[in-house]
Design a protein around this ligand. Structure first.
Ligand code: GAR
Length: 212
């Protein structure tokens, strides 16, 4: 069974959803580790209550990005991590971590990339930009990460109609509901099937329908 490490910075509702999917048998994976970048992340309380080890690794505690990355890799290797899931993790993933887990780091972004992405576009900033723009359709993107912000190969997307939303908070609520639906699906797809990357496309080579 694949061992996944989840990274989170805040509430951790996506992290909770992932753990619930593992517990109810929908997702065949071992929750090996939660990495948080700050001591206030609520996700850590949930992890501890479910006996999932937590590593608190604030980037500013390290001399530079490289040293931070080495500490992250050490924590991941100590827990025999196969795959990384970024569930509302708002810090940059160091290049050496990306190099150590090539095409094995999945991120969720609360909009339809390549729209409303890039540096500084996270959480409520995304929904505020969508609201300001007048866009009626936004959504969720689950993608593999590379060295460029929000630009890695797309695994799954879902559209959300926000035409009737009166403010960014309403958009956020609708989008988050959809995140909880497609994130576990995307993780399952990549954990249970061989895949390769062609350009910026993810090619899933074989759908594994064997439930046993
Ligand atoms: C989610 O909406 C996620 O898409 C977003 O942070 C929120 C975390 O919520 N991530 C980004 O904006 C990354 N660019 P959660 O802590 O309740 O899972």
């Amino acid at each position: 069974m694949k061992r996944i490490a989840v990274f989170a910075s805040g509430t951790g509702s996506n992290f909770r959803t992932i753990v619930q999917h593992i517990q109810n048998g929908h997702l065949r994976a071992e929750p090996a580790l939660l990495v948080v970048d700050n001591s206030k992340a609520k996700a850590a309380d949930f992890a501890r209550a479910h006996h999932i080890p937590v590593s608190l690794l604030p980037p500013r505690d390290f001399a530079d990005e490289n040293a931070f990355g080495r500490a992250v890799i050490e924590a991941l290797e100590a827990r025999q991590t196969d795959f990384i899931v970024l569930a509302g993790y708002l810090k940059k993933i160091p290049d050496n971590v990306i190099g150590a887990y090539p095409n094995r780091i999945l991120n969720i972004h609360p909009a339809l990339l390549p729209a409303f992405g890039g540096k500084g576009m996270y959480g409520r900033h995304v929904h505020e930009a969508v609201f300001r723009s007048g866009a009626q359709i936004t959504g969720v993107t689950v993608h593999l990460i590379n060295n460029e912000y929000d630009a890695g190969p797309i695994v799954l997307q879902a559209a959300v109609n926000v035409r009737d939303c009166q403010n960014p908070a309403e958009i956020a609520e609708k989008v988050l509901k959809e995140e909880h639906r497609i994130f576990p699906e995307a993780i399952k797809l990549l954990l249970e099937n061989p895949y390769r990357i062609e350009g910026n496309r993810v090619i899933v080579e074989r759908e594994n329908n064997d439930q046993n």
